[in-house]
Design a protein around this ligand. Structure first.
Ligand SMILES: [Zn+2]
Length: 255
C-alpha cells in the first residue's frame, strides 16, 4: 500500500515487470496477474480509464476481490477477504492538504486481513510523498509526511509486539534533497532544514528492524542485500539468477 498511485515506482516494483515506470496502465494489469491479497493506493484511472477500454476493477471483482473506488470511504470497513482499494484517481492528497490518517487506517486494515493467512504474510507499506517533499525542498512537506509514516510504523510495531513472530523492517530506497536539519526543538515540535539538491542523493539511509531475525539488518551493506536478508529471514531459498546470489553479501557490517 502507498500514499501515491499504486502503479507508481515502489509499489509497482513488487508487482509488475515492465520496461519503464511510466507504463502505468501495463503495470496496473500486473495486479491481475498476481495473487496479492490486499492493495491500497491511488491510481484508479489506470484501472478504469484505459486505452484498451478494459475495466480492471470489474475484472478484479470477477477474481474474487472486494473493490473500493472511493476517496472518502473508511477503508476499515473491510476486515477479511481479498481487497483492491483505489483511493484516488491519481495520488492521494498531501498530509497538509487533508489526507488525514489514511495510511494508518490502510495499515490497520491490511494487517487485520493478512493476519488471517495461515502461512503468514509479507506487506510493503510506503510513505510515498516523503520523497516528493525532498524534491520540492519543502521542509513542512517532508516532516508532515514523515510523521504520517511514523504513525503507520507505530501500527506495524504494535502488531509485531503482540504477534511476537513478525519482522518489521523500516528503510528508504534513497535520501532526497540532501536535507540537513539546521535548527529545531523537540519541546515545541519545530524543525528547520536546508537542502543541497532537488534530486536523490547517495547519503546512507538507516535500516531499522524489529522482531525475529532483526539482528541480520545491522551494519553497512548495499541496499540490494536487503532482498537476500529478507529471503533468509523468511526461510526461503534465493533464486540462482538473482544478481546478489552467491556473492556472500555480508550481514555483519564488514562493508
Ligand atoms: Zn524521488
Amino acid at each position: 500500500m502507498a500514499t501515491c498511485s499504486i502503479t507508481h515506482a515502489t509499489p509497482a516494483s513488487f508487482i509488475a515487470h515492465q520496461a519503464k515506470r511510466s507504463l502505468e496502465e501495463a503495470i496496473a494489469l500486473g495486479f491481475l496477474k498476481t495473487e496479492v491479497d490486499v492493495f491500497i493506493g491511488g491510481g484508479l484511472r489506470y484501472f478504469t480509464q484505459r486505452q484498451d477500454g478494459r475495466n480492471l476493477l470489474k475484472e478484479l471483482r470477477a477474481k474474487g476481490y472486494q473493490t473500493l473506488a472511493d476517496t472518502t470511504a473508511d477503508i476499515r470497513q473491510f476486515s477479511k477477504g481479498k481487497l483492491a482499494a483505489l483511493t484516488a484517481d491519481l495520488h492521494p492528497p498531501r498530509m497538509t492538504e487533508g489526507r488525514g490518517d489514511y495510511l494508518m487506517r490502510a495499515t490497520q486494515t491490511a494487517l487485520q486481513i493478512l493476519k488471517q493467512q495461515p502461512k503468514g504474510f509479507f506487506v510493503m507499506i510506503e510513505g510515498s510523498q516523503i520523497d516528493w517533499g525532498g524534491h520540492a525542498n519543502n521542509t513542512k512537506y517532508v516532516t508532515s509526511e514523515m510523521i504520517d509514516f511514523d504513525q503507520a510504523i507505530g501500527e506495524a510495531l504494535r502488531f509485531a509486539q503482540q504477534d511476537k513472530n513478525t519482522l518489521v523492517i523500516v528503510t528508504a530506497d534513497h535520501e532526497t534533497g540532501g536535507m540537513s536539519l539546521t535548527a529545531g526543538s523537540t519541546a515545541n515540535g519545530t524543525a528547520e532544514a536546508k537542502f543541497t539538491t532537488g534530486g536523490h542523493t547517495g547519503v546512507m539511509v538507516p535500516v531499522f528492524a524489529f522482531g525475529p531475525g532483526a539482528e541480520a539488518f545491522g551494519g553497512i551493506y548495499p541496499n540490494t542485500a536487503i532482498y537476500s536478508k529478507m529471503i533468509q529471514a523468511l526461510g526461503l531459498t534465493r533464486p540462482d539468477n538473482h544478481p546478489t546470489s552467491g556473492k556472500n553479501r555480508s550481514s555483519t557490517g564488514q562493508y
